[in-house]
Design a protein around this ligand. Sequence first.
Ligand code: HEC
Length: 176
Amino acid sequence: MNKFVVGVLVGICLPLLAAYAFVMMGGMPVATKGKPLPLEHFLASKAIHKAMGREVERPSPVPADEINLLAGAKVYRANCAVCHGQPARPAVISPIAKGMFPEPPLLVGPEKGVTNNSTGESFWKVKNGIRLTGMPGYSDSLSETEMWQASLIVAKAHELPASVVKLLDEPLPSAK
Ligand code: HEC
């Protein structure tokens, strides 16, 4: 073997061994309070955008009218609010949301949440979930229509009719 090949093999093996040693020595942050790894956020965000591809451009087949938004608010209250909060109660973070890593973003409060993203992008996340983050995939529990309705709630969070905000704000059953 010439020196070049040895160099390449060592160059490949050393980082793999170092990573293995890091995990075996308990260095990998696995508790929710652990700090993110270097590049973790960057890599995770690149990975999801590549995986979603052009599906994010899919327009909602469900119109954002008051009937669908009221239905979406019902789906959101039952399936999402425990993690993503309610419009008038951004400071009330449930024990479930508080204990997660990454923390679930507030999606319907005064901050912009995901209103900059297309409804198709939120639909992709609701349908497929986001692995290793706690964001569940709902394809086995909600119908396509319900997933679009919930996605419309988060995509249009800045322009929801008052009737929908009122429903979103009704108290949730307490976890305590
Ligand atoms: C058990 C907690 C939990 C529940 C319930 C939950 N989510 Fe999430 N969700 C998360 C977490 C945690 C993230 C952050 C993932 C990340 O950082 O990549 C997330 C991310 C998202 C995102 C992407 C946010 C962004 O910044 O791009 C959307 C959209 C979303 N959730 C919508 C929903 C909807 C709609 C529901 C209900 C149908 C729901 N989630 C239910 C925990 C939850």
